[in-house]
Ligand binder design. Sequence first.
Ligand code: GDP
Ligand code: GDP
Length: 438
Amino acid sequence: MAKPVVAIVGRPNVGKSTLFNRLAGNRISIVEGEPNITRDRVYADISWLNNAFIMVDTGGLEPSNDDLIKNKIKYQAEIAMNEAELILFIVDGKSGITTIDQEIAQLLRRTNKKVILVVNKVDDFSNAEQLKWDFYSLGFDEPVSISAEHGKNTGDLLDIIVDNLPHIPNDNERDDLLNIAIIGKPNVGKSSLVNYIVGDERVIVSDIPGTTRDAIDTIVEKNGVKYNLIDTAGLRRKSRVKEAVEYYSVLRTIRAVERAEASLMLIDATEGITSQDKKIVGYAHESGKAIVIGVNKWDLVDKDNKLMEDYRDEIYYQLKFLNYAPITFISALTGERVDEVIKLLEYSIDQNNMRIKTGVLNEVLEEAILLREPPAVKGRRLKLYYATQVGIKPPTFVLFVNNPDLMHFSYQRYLDNTLRKAFGFIGTSIRIKLKSRK
Ligand code: GDP
Ligand code: GDP
């Protein structure tokens, strides 16, 4: 099913590309305070609360050989009216209605598509209601006030957008191929695990290791889900130089992790955590994708229940930065807990793609601040105004504060833990960015 299209329309300088970049989340980097953000992209795939749509910034679409601004805008509005299911008509709350706004409104009123009027640059919400009234004369439903630059109310705008779209499952709803990178040092059991999972299942594609491949992809269908198991063992390059071998294995891991939605990090139960393990899983952590740790060769270990707990504690102690990754104990030889590891990977992928509604997010944070006040630094206290989620993979939040320098490491960790307690985020890192708001 094709994803619905949402078009952004409006005269120059109202903040279309700022909004586009904001909604497209962390995939496009924004240089703060820099005017004339370059329009290197006009389309973005957005997913929000299990809905997926394509956003088009029509400001980036220009008719060839026509310099008249009026014609450009007419061209953009027509594309929107023809191609989009939903149109966001952006106006500037600072400058009020202009004649060009009225002309665009006139064009858009002719479409039977849904139009949402968005009043941008409402940086100060204390007079947002007042400002809205001026724009009713354009002839659309109640305007939505936002500040694209400061990310204010943009989460609510996304809620309104998806409420007005037909529901299309996003990429993460199990109908697609799930790419899983199986990483870990040589001989930990990566290939054995792939072989076990494949078992009697139907293998759809399996690459024959060639000279240029650095990982082997095996696509297999299990319980109606298609998995691509990326085995980074791949082709063992023969080299007399130890550094070269190491270099290729690092490259293999990074490439596989980049392609995957989740990484399964294998650790050898008979060896414990080595410095090589730390390095390898560090790349997966940095990618921000989902991670599950599998302690393999568990069949070789003398078992009693206590040992598993000790093992877990030891891993979290050695790999402190991975305290969010679930750990399970498997055997690629006997198949022990292999099904569980697959379920954990799927669950972690969902968590890595989770979106929290702006309203709920702020409720949770407000309560956390009431329970524990931010610390004061040299008599100045950190003030938290509000938060919004700006991205997924990993879930990324922007916290607007009076002064980011007043944030203390321990308080940031407290907020991190608060979000985890409230929302889970099992198997995924989360990022909290601070921005100052005057
Ligand atoms: P476009 O031509 O409609 O794509 O507009 P841009 O996104 O390039 O934005 C035009 C100018 O408005 C830039 O200098 C932005 O920084 C500024 N701008 C965009 N959104 C806001 C906002 O919410 N508040 C304020 N104060 N300025 C904004
Ligand atoms: P890779 O280099 O990470 O792909 O590791 P392999 O899959 O080639 O496994 C290396 C060796 O460990 C082989 O001899 C496997 O038979 C053995 N091995 C892998 N997984 C297990 C396991 O779960 N239990 C035991 N006992 N041996 C295993």
